[in-house]
Write a protein that binds this ligand. Sequence first.
Ligand SMILES: [Zn+2]
Ligand SMILES: [Zn+2]
Length: 324
Amino acid sequence: MDKPSHLSVIVDLSPTQWAFCAQSTAPPGLPLQTFLSQLLAFLNAHIACKDENTLAVFGAFPGQSVMLYSSTGEAMTSTTEATDPNTYRPFKTLDSTVMSSIAERFNSYDVTEEEEPIGLVGCLTKALCYINRTISVVSASAQGTEGATRSIDPRILVLSVSPDQSSTYIPIMNSIFSAQKLKVTIDVCKVFGADNVFLQQAAHLTGGAYVQIERTDALLQYMMMSFLPPPAIRQLISVPTQDRVDFRAACFCHKRIVEIGFVCSVCLSIFCQPVPVCSTCRTKFPIKTLQRLNASRPLATTPSTPGTPRPLTQKNGAALPRPG
Ligand SMILES: [Zn+2]
Ligand SMILES: [Zn+2]
């Protein structure tokens, strides 16, 4: 419990979604400025908790993913401001680095152009690479000492406002598996908008918390109570859990989120309709099976029979991507 902890925060910074969020009346919305000031307070709290705690902040902008800050100093801009005796220097560096990088990117947008999808997957993979490197550096420097391998407690917090992009299903699932392998917990805070199916699965599969904010004016309180304690302490306190997880997957053929999918029995690729040949592994399926599956399609609730392409329901539908 005394271990230092690493936190990688991924902030969804889609200008369109934040405009919707600021204008929303039911539930009352949250302007980006207010959100950022609450976020900075939370980040300051994390680095204040323990001297060895480390932090990395990633921004998911339209079409790009950017590292905004890292406590090891990689994304820091040279600050030439005069020192203020009334501020704690690490807080000041964090705040000004994060805010100036965000402002720089926002000013460069062309408002007349259509917004690209946000770079959430890029941020997730960058955060995982960063954590992987931090873990290997820590374990290399502390080799020989007992319990050196897990001396940091890494986790990722995603602050999301954008809806799901079904085209990112496979890379998100692959990131989840990498996170599981690295023992990284993924927490999700849904600040605005409908539930994210893929992020719900990410939190569920890595043992993290998924919190849908009901009152945006209490955002800081939600973050402090649910996401500040590292996973080791969470067993002792009561962090909100998901009572229902949406396990729907996206088909590999059209990248659509499907209620009922058909899974290749060889490579576990998911299709929205029975296919004669699997497009991933080229396995051919018997024509009788296809006929049987096609005949049973309107009756979505019939239980699956063992054999080639089997219907995928919400019960067994978790996480079946392929590598690459
Ligand atoms: Zn499809
Ligand atoms: Zn296949």
